[in-house]
Design a protein around this ligand. Sequence first.
Ligand code: SAH
Length: 284
Amino acid sequence: MKNIALNTNTQDHPNFETGTVWLVGAGPGDPGLLTIRALYSLQVADTVIYDALVSKSILENVKPGATLEYAGKRGGKKSSKQPDITKRLIEEAQKGKRVVRLKGGDPFMFGRGGEEALALAAAKIPFVLIPGVTASVGGLASSGIPLTHRTTGSAVTFLTGHSAGGKLPNDLNWNAIASGAPTLIFYMAIAHLESIANKLLNQGIKGDTPTALIANATLKNQHIIVTSLEELVKDAEKEKIVAPAILVIGNIVELRRALDPNSSIEERYKAARKIISHWHQTPC
Ligand code: SAH
């Protein structure tokens, strides 16, 4: 994998200048979902400052002698404060290093990438943003749930269940959320699962709305439960689902019956035929 033409061919990438920071998305977990440019950035960087949700095998791609620095923020482990992380990025860039700030998923999707980019801009440090496969996109793909579908999922709302203070964000309009897009996707929902479910039920989302919780998406220990909104909290407790997890609410989840990668071809066939024939009978 290390020798494929694209990742070593510098012509395919912007020049990684000394004294700059690349904010790089590491994808949802599975190292195979890292972009070629992210891999290239790791091979060139002098300093890599990485988050908790970045897989170990991804970090093995740094060049010999590069400095690896942990800046994770997960409960239980010693966590770095956001100002300390941005300070370190600025310090390393000012020393003339090529700095990679490696973040889970996509840096601009609920990952404080925007805050870090702003801090760099305010310090006059040049930076480059390298997108990554965000956890929901990776997680839905690896679970057999299409992100959108013309029949049942023409819009998606992405939300976070966690504000800067650790509470459910208080600037969310739950009425608009419940009556807006047919598919809701929550990041960081585990700590407030019950409040989220109750708020949506109170706003009129039906209790039997198909709901999935995907933990450790795309990794070997991926664990998914498919339930209904009203059973969500009970089932998540029963199955001992812990973070990181993505919560998906909407009829789109139903499609997994036919698209689950772990189902046999025969099971998929039967379920797919059933869904398609149902659509043919129901004008949409
Ligand atoms: N920037 C990241 C999100 C950071 S917020 C991205 O684009 O994916 C952290 C949250 O992302 C977690 O609480 C969880 O909701 C989600 N997440 C990240 N990796 C995940 C994984 N492998 N499986 C499920 N959820 C994940």
